[in-house]
Design a protein around this ligand. Sequence first.
Ligand code: G3P
Ligand code: CA
Length: 229
Amino acid sequence: MPPDIVAHRGASTRRPEHTLAAYELALDQGADGLECDVRLTRDGHLVCVHDRRINRTSDGVGVLSTMTLAQLRGHDFGSWHGGEPAGVLTLEELLGLAHDRGARLFVETKHPVRYGAQVERVLAAVLGRYRVEAVMMSFSVLAVHRFKKLKPDVPTVLLYDRLWPRNLPRFADYAGPGVHLLRRHPDRGRDTYVWTVDDPADVALCRERGVRFLATNNPGETRRLLAAN
Ligand code: G3P
Ligand code: CA
């Protein structure tokens, strides 16, 4: 079985990351799933933004967790990438799209510092309101453990960047190595989530190793590569 294609921040080479336009294009290009990063606003809403600050991906500046959703809505998150103006995307809006299009949603909680366990609590509550196949992911062992206790039925991915330990904790369903780690460990890969795979040689490697989920910024090209082999 070829890996499922997960659009990393949407079709983010072609559209501004974490915008509805990026996610809609990804699904039009044949992505099976969507990846997003979530952060908590000061007033308790989960929004889809990668960085701690909004400087890179909007026309605003500042630390996201110090802002309310209404304040974030005053900024444009689309034009920086040459796209149409776009408001900040809430997790609930993205869940609505995933529901309507029948896509699986991979939600990565970003290193919870300011709000600690509240991120996982809000995520568990929000996911409970939508009939969407969701997967929770984090580089934080603590975050994955906390979430699994709250929502045992939702699959989890423990992400790895610098090292890839052989043993997965029991509360994580999948290992999530970066593709650089997959290259370094020739005997591994089966049934994993691998990020971020944009090079054609890496797409072939994921297929050979039996990777289950492949996260890419370019789902259209990845779909063509997998169809051709
Ligand atoms: O899918 C996992 C991957 O997104 C982790 O890295 O920095 O792009 O969130 P980052
Ligand atoms: Ca991510």
